[in-house]
Design a protein around this ligand. Structure first.
Ligand code: IMP
Ligand code: MG
Length: 189
């Protein structure tokens, strides 16, 4: 039986190789939480999770932080299906002006790939006049970047393969895997 706790291995599913274990992820998330606690000690941030992929990372991050961060979400979509970006990013909805105006805001992402999604999120939030705006991402794949973007907090930097687990999906599957897995058939980059 294939459960949510195991990577897919059936012949109909692509095979995955483990990249980061739950323990390795937890250690990096704790590091990031400590950094944010330190940087925002005098003024706790509003964390804006970019749905859907960031939901597990954000949940773990906020529980590792000591500061009383506020939580908001925004919904963006960039991928149509499969592993290639559509190149079109849409903000379906985001936090209210009241939630972020004059506040220090951190966008929390699952992965920054081309950077289009994050740039779109930043543009949307900037119009609501936060006091400051930073980016925190669990995964960063800088070689694929097509937009100029500063990423302030990063869990793991890597290159190449498409990844799933810990919130990240392939066609809406595998988000519940506790570790992060890479597709074995590397796509072109
Ligand atoms: P970007 O706009 O190209 O930076 O893509 C960002 C979004 O694409 C992320 O929030 C993910 O939802 C998705 N994405 C990019 N690379 C991967 C991957 O390797 N696995 C799963 N989702 C990905
Ligand atoms: Mg996705």
């Amino acid at each position: 039986m294939q459960t949510n706790r195991q990577p897919p291995t059936s012949s109909t599913d692509p095979r995955f190789t483990p990249l980061w274990t739950p323990e390795q992820i937890a250690n990096r998330v704790a590091d990031i939480a400590r950094k944010i606690d330190h940087d925002y000690a005098s003024n706790p941030p509003v964390l804006v999770g970019a749905l859907k992929g960031s939901f597990i990372f954000l949940a773990d991050l906020v529980r590792q932080m000591k500061l009383p961060a506020e939580i908001e979400f925004m919904r963006l979509s960039s991928y149509n299906a499969g592993t290639e970006s559509s190149g079109h990013v849409r903000v379906a909805w985001g936090p209210s002006v009241e939630a972020i105006k004059d506040r220090p805001v951190i966008v929390v992402e699952d992965i920054v790939d081309t950077g289009l999604t994050t740039s779109t999120a930043l543009g949307h939030l900037r119009r609501k006049r936060p006091a400051s705006l930073r980016v925190c991402t669990l995964l960063d794949r800088p070689e694929r970047r097509t937009t100029k973007l500063t990423v302030d907090y990063v869990g793991f930097t890597f290159s190449g393969r498409f990844v799933v687990g810990y919130g990240l999906d392939l066609d809406q599957r595998y988000r519940g895997l506790p570790g992060i897995y890479g597709l074995e058939d590397d796509r072109e980059n």
